[in-house]
Design a protein around this ligand. Structure first.
Ligand code: HAM
Length: 429
């Protein structure tokens, strides 16, 4: 048997239904916030990612040479492709340009629960406005998406990478070494970060000060310990988030992010139920356009780890409604097969999900099958009944059976079917 590659997954119908439902909920929230969808290729020139994504991403990239000798990479994320697309084709759009995307990404990581080699991101970028309003708009969108999908246990942490960047710069760290230090600080592996900072020429006092910043987390008042432009800016962002109704946001100056392009605010959302891989969303403000041959334009964005949100919802016991056939049509004899197909078509054309015996089974086996697929109704096409243009409609959950005229069948099914109860994805925000 050929197995699927490590770190990839297949999705059964039930899983796809949950995935599509979550996707639809995210889409609808993004569109209500004025974001519009884009799509970019699954593979790009590797250079797009090696230029600025930082050591984490480069180490994990699926890169290869194509038949024309070009260095190609499967996209590890979608921000760089979105910015390339913007520089190539979208610069004439009115700004701020608000876009969102959904698609798979590839990272050669060690697979474990919540960490895959092929995974899906739902993300958004707001291009062209370096203001607290834009940053709050983006954080607010991420927060609304997580809230709307029904994930009750989550934490939103917002910081400002400018604070650490300027501390490293002032302490004399050469720019090319900073990403390696930040990478270790992001993972909070201080025992590895300390020697790197020492090698970069930092004094013990500045090393301890940097570590103190990364451990600063709590209510907005923790920002008072580090007065300056960055913390003033953060306070403004928190104020706008409050106006949008998000009061569950924490300040955390230890948010460093694994990618190297961030310059201003940075934020993460965690779902503690997920354990080690608890980060379900990450983002921040950055500028990449000048690197890709365009003018410098500031953007803010985020990506939600779509698979992790599903996992977290599952752990909270939230599940999507399964799509089941509503009416299963059973011809009682071969002579009734043609009629059964006509009736199936009329149900389908009326918007009812309908199926019909395709295996030439006996009536008993057909009932068993209808039960196995969870059909709500059986429509039994019998010779005697059809002679009077009637048909038997059986409610498979109650066992009740009635005779209805063929012309009245679709209306009767519609009247009797329950309106699907959507378990999540209500109308909130
Ligand atoms: P990121 O933090 O690298 O950011 O990824 C975003 C999210 O993708 C993570 O928070 C996590 O939930 C999910 N994720 C990452 N790697 C995996 C994996 N191997 N398996 C499952 N889920 C994973 C970015 O990618 C940035 N482009 C976000 C951004 C957009 N910043 C600005 N705009």
């Amino acid at each position: 048997m050929i197995q699927r590659p490590r770190g990839t997954r297949d999705f059964a119908p039930k899983e796809m239904e949950s995935r599509r439902e979550l996707e639809a909920a995210f889409r609808s929230v993004a569109e209500r916030h004025g974001f519009r969808e884009i799509a970019t290729p699954i593979f790009e020139h590797a250079e797009l990612f090696t230029l600025k994504s930082g050591p984490n991403v480069i180490e994990e990239m699926y890169a290869f040479e194509d038949k024309g000798g070009r260095q190609i990479a499967l996209r590890p994320e979608l921000t760089a492709p979105a910015m390339r697309f913007f520089v190539n084709d979208l610069t004439n759009y009115p700004r701020p340009l608000k876009i969102y995307y959904f698609g798979q990404c590839f990272r050669y990581e060690r697979p474990q629960s919540g960490r895959y080699r092929e995974f899906f991101q739902f993300g958004a970028e707001l291009i062209g406005a370096p203001t607290p309003e834009s940053d709050a708009e983006v954080i607010g969108l991420a927060a609304a998406m997580i809230r709307t999908c029904g994930l009750t246990e989550h934490q939103i942490r917002v910081g400002h990478i400018g604070i650490l960047r300027s501390m490293l710069k002032e302490a004399g760290v050469p720019p090319e070494q900073a990403p390696f230090i930040l990478q270790k600080l992001d993972k909070k592996v201080y025992e590895e970060a300390r020697p790197l900072m020492q090698q970069a020429g930092m004094s013990d006092a500045s090393i301890e000060q940097v570590i103190r910043v990364t451990e600063t987390t709590g209510g907005i008042d923790v920002l008072d310990s580090f007065p300056g432009e960055a913390t003033d800016y953060l306070r403004e962002v928190f104020g706008i988030l409050e106006a949008y109704g998000f009061t569950n946001v924490k300040a955390d100056l230890g948010v460093v992010r694994g990618l190297d392009y961030y310059t201003g605010i940075v934020f993460e959302i965690d779902a503690p139920k997920l354990g080690a891989e608890k980060q379900v969303c990450g983002g921040g403000s950055y500028s990449l356009t000048e690197l890709f041959g365009g003018e410098k334009v500031f953007s803010t964005g985020f990506a939600i780890g779509f698979d992790r949100v599903l996992l977290a919802l599952e752990r909270e016991g939230v599940s999507a409604k399964e799509h089941k056939v509503e009416a299963y049509v059973i011809p009682v004899s071969d002579a009734m097969r043609h009629q059964a197909h006509v009736i199936t078509a009329s149900l389908r054309n009326a918007g009812i999900s309908a199926d019909v015996d395709l295996m030439r089974r006996s009536i008993g086996k057909n009932f068993k099958y209808a039960d196995a697929i969870g059909a709500r109704f059986a429509v039994i096409v019998g010779e005697k009944e059809m002679a009077e243009r009637s048909i038997a409609l059986r409610d498979l959950s109650s066992g009740e059976q009635i005779l209805v005229k063929v012309e009245a069948l679709t209306e009767e099914v519609k009247r009797r079917r329950e309106v699907g109860v959507r378990v999540r994805c209500g109308g909130e925000n």
